[in-house]
Design a protein around this ligand. Structure first.
Ligand code: PMP
Length: 396
């Protein structure tokens, strides 16, 4: 290979290899189901965000197929040009009713939803008070807005209050308080009642990213704001269609003015001709139908999650502060975490190893997500593998 200006990457990659921080992407070779095939191996899958088992649901697939047939594979246009389908409007109206808000803007992904919000609303004279473990898309959005960011200790209402005061004292024109609803690496729930009260006292607006909460928590899966009875007190709620709903896409829920403004100024949406496809949009609508018609899926999800978390704990694993179906198995050391991931894979169980820089260097973990469609027998098999493999790599 000839030398070139990107040669520094060879060294950077070698360093990642040395530190065992390189991530290899496995290949999914069958539909996303609780039991699937990864890298040619049948596995019980604990890595997907398929909380309600909708990713490969026959009715969802049929709705997608019909929309594909009727409207084509894609729309080849931004929505503000000529890519806006009645199906998109219908999905937005459905989501607005589901979330109990005035209006919704559907975006290509949850990441896109977040990344365009702060730059559309805030600038260098403003402040963002942000949980230390907020999702990367919120961090990127905050950076792009050029507002001053005040980070508070994870889940600490008193520290959020202090940072809100600090932002106010600095003369910020507008202040946002932003938090994940359910945290994506720890599975804990944000203390929203205290946070919202603090935001209101400081004259800040609240923004909750419920990517892991929609379809999982709250009445009928309406999310953390509903769970805590805080309807009407959170200005912005973001959600995704890529997790419990099993498809792809994101959305922003709030007031009519907020959505109208974002239709004009949300750059990540506005400047992209990659519009949610007809098939994705119809699939999401059908997935919502199922969430609403079959609440027993959510009940089953929580029962399975409690069963699995207790099983892990009784084996001696540390599941941190998880209180939801997103359950980390915290190992600490990155090499040991990867060894456990590999041993489990050999045993026919797949979970994602999460290491630095996604989590702190001494907080490497396997992230597991339970689905309503895992059976207790599946989870018993998984726990058995965790017992054997954990002992063999010295993780328990
Ligand atoms: N926010 C949070 C908290 C997330 O966990 C994720 C997905 N990892 C996103 C936003 C991004 O959503 P999407 O997958 O739709 O891009």
């Amino acid at each position: 290979m000839t030398s070139g200006p990107l040669d520094f990457l060879t060294d950077s990659l070698a360093k990642l290899e040395d530190d065992r921080l390189v991530m290899d992407w496995p290949t999914l070779e069958a539909p996303q189901e609780p039991r699937t095939v990864l890298n040619g191996r049948p596995v019980i899958n604990l890595a997907a965000n398929n909380y309600l088992g909708l990713a490969n649901h026959p009715a969802v697939k049929l709705a997608a197929a019909k929309a594909l047939d009727r409207y084509g594979a894609g729309v080849a246009s931004a929505r503000n040009a000529c890519g806006n389908l009645a199906l998109h409007d219908e999905l937005e109206a459905r989501l607005a009713a589901f979330k109990g808000v005035e209006a919704v803007l559907v975006t290509q992904t949850g990441y896109v939803a977040n990344v365009g919000i702060f730059p559309a609303l805030l600038g260098e004279h403003d402040a963002i008070v942000s949980d230390a473990l907020n999702h990367a898309s919120l961090i990127d959005s905050a950076r792009m807005s050029r507002a001053k960011v005040h980070v508070y200790a994870h889940g600490e209402v008193a520290d959020a209050e202090a940072k809100l005061k600090e932002a106010k004292a600095s003369g910020a024109r507008r202040i946002a308080l932003v938090t994940d609803g359910i945290f994506s690496m720890d599975g804990d729930i944000a203390p929203l009642p205290g946070l919202i009260k603090a935001a209101e006292a400081a004259g800040a607006f609240a923004y909750v990213d419920d990517a892991h909460a929609v379809g999982v928590i709250g009445k009928g899966g309406r999310g953390t704001v509903d769970h805590f009875g805080l309807e009407g007190r959170v200005a912005i709620q973001v959600g995704t269609l890529s997790k419990a709903l099993g498809i792809m896409g994101g959305y922003i829920a709030g007031s009519r003015d907020l959505i109208r403004w974002l239709e004009q100024r949300h750059r990540a949406q506005f400047f992209s001709a990659s519009t949610l496809t007809p098939a994705d949009t119809a699939a999401a609508l059908k997935a919502l139908d199922i969430v609403e018609a079959e609440p027993e899926r959510i009940a089953r999800l929580w029962a399975r999650a409690d069963y699995f978390r207790e099983g892990l704990k009784s084996l001696g694993y540390d599941t941190g502060v998880s209180e939801t179906p997103l359950i980390p198995v915290i190992i600490g050391d990155a090499a040991k975490t990867k060894a456990l991931r590999n041993a489990l894979m050999e045993a026919g169980v797949f979970a994602v190893a999460v290491t630095y820089p996604i989590v702190a260097e001494d907080a490497s973990r396997l992230r597991t997500i339970v689905s309503s469609e895992h059976t207790e027998a599946d989870l018993d098999e998984v726990l058995d593998a965790f017992a054997r493999c954990g002992k063999s790599v010295g993780a328990i």
